[in-house]
Design a binder for this molecule. Structure first.
Ligand code: COA
Length: 345
């Protein structure tokens, strides 16, 4: 390279470097502004919450003290509704503000900020969580089939159980992060993964023997079925996620709320029989283990522990799924009633 050509290239690179320094300066300034805004918002929310709480109790005592006319009663009802609305708005605002982690995340990650600052980042994280579950389901399905039909070695069983412990642990962390980013995952689904982590840990410690071998096939067959259901769940959950994102981004033009609702109900009615059959499997496994525990030659504590654990899983999963369906049906009926009332008006 000749010296003048070298000099031109050097100047171009140097200009780019100067620009980079400017951009970096602006970026750091904005970051500081952002941090200040976040602190200001968080402080005002805390102050507002306190004021709302005081106002609510003053309103209640005011309502109890004197008998008001219709106008005053309406005014009080209006204020009450506005306070409720504001409290919901605070929750929405907080989904975009840094906050201190709950006990579990503090123990696992320390007090690092896990709040994602944009809707895109939140969707991407959720999408990644669903994909992670899908890939792990494939791996676990492969391992369960291999262990059940091809290899009956303690080592492969232990690898499978160890992977389950790691997988469920990881899910609890990811789900806690999702929840602190505004996801509406019901508490039970997270607890279910804590219970599953413990149960897989107990399976790991169950010593080789006649009782273990008697239960092994049932346990592996159940996991194959559970992973199959997980595939269906992935299809349903990622479909919901994709449609909800489209609703948010396209402002309800391409994809209507009714369209989403009808897709969701079709998906749910297909999925529910498989889910309920899975819950019955939990109950059946629990009953089998309780029966085994009553045998004279059964000395392992793991059998009782697993029987109890599977029963807890059955109860929790079954009741929570019923609750989800009941909630969705109630919402649907309310929606229909609201539309009817609008039409009549
Ligand atoms: N695990 C993790 N997250 C779950 C979940 C689960 N089992 N069920 C629901 N969620 C999440 C949803 O993705 C949604 O998240 P978002 O707020 O970030 O969008 C949120 O919780 C609210 O979902 P909701 O509207 O209550 O339910 P849904 O329509 O998404 O799913 C079911 C309903 C019944 C299909 C689902 O809860 C489910 O699959 N449950 C059964 C699990 C089970 O029993 N497993 C064992 C099978 S053998």
């Amino acid at each position: 390279m000749s010296l003048p050509a070298f000099q031109t290239e050097w100047e171009e690179t140097d200009n780019e470097y100067q620009q980079l320094q400017e951009t970096d300066k602006v970026y750091k300034q904005k970051l500081e502004e952002l941090t200040n805004l976040q602190a200001a918002c968080s402080a005002t929310i805390t102050k507002q919450r306190k004021s709302m709480k005081d106002l609510r109790s003053s309103l209640n005592s005011c309502a109890q003290q004197t008998c008001r006319d219709e106008k005053d009663a309406k005014l009080m009802e209006d204020i009450q509704t506005q306070i409720d609305h504001k409290e919901n708005v605070f929750v929405d605002m907080e989904a975009y503000l840094p906050k201190s982690n709950g006990l579990y995340l503090k123990l696992v990650l320390g007090n690092v900020n896990v709040t994602l600052l944009s809707d895109q980042a939140k969707f991407a994280y959720k999408e990644e969580y669903e994909k992670f579950k899908l890939y792990m389901t494939m791996i676990l399905m492969f391992l369960a089939i291999t262990c059940l039909f091809f290899i009956n070695f303690r080592v492969t069983d232990e690898i499978f159980n160890f992977l389950l412990v790691w997988y469920y642990c990881t899910l609890t962390i990811r789900e806690s992060i999702l929840r602190s980013n505004g996801s509406r995952i019901k508490g039970w689904w997270v607890i279910q993964h804590y219970v599953s982590t413990v149960l897989s840990g107990v399976m790991l410690t169950w010593p080789e023997g006649q009782t273990y071998q008697r239960f092994r096939s049932q346990f592996l067959a159940f996991h194959i079925y559970q992973n199959f259901v997980q595939f269906l769940q992935y299809y349903y959950q990622s479909g919901c996620l994709y449609r909800l994102r489209a609703l948010g981004e396209r402002n309800q033009m391409d994809l209507t709320v009714e369209g989403f609702q009808s897709w969701m109900w079709r998906g749910l009615s297909f999925l529910l029989p498989f889910l309920f059959f899975g819950h019955l499997c939990h109950l059946y496994i629990s009953a089998t283990l309780f029966r085994m525990a009553r045998d004279e030659d059964c000395k392992e504590w793991q059998v009782y522990m697993l029987a109890l654990g599977f029963f807890v899983l059955f109860l929790g999963n079954f009741l929570t799924t019923l609750r989800v369906v009941h909630q969705k049906l109630t919402q649907k009926l309310e929606e229909v009633a609201r539309k009817l009332a609008q039409k009549l008006d």
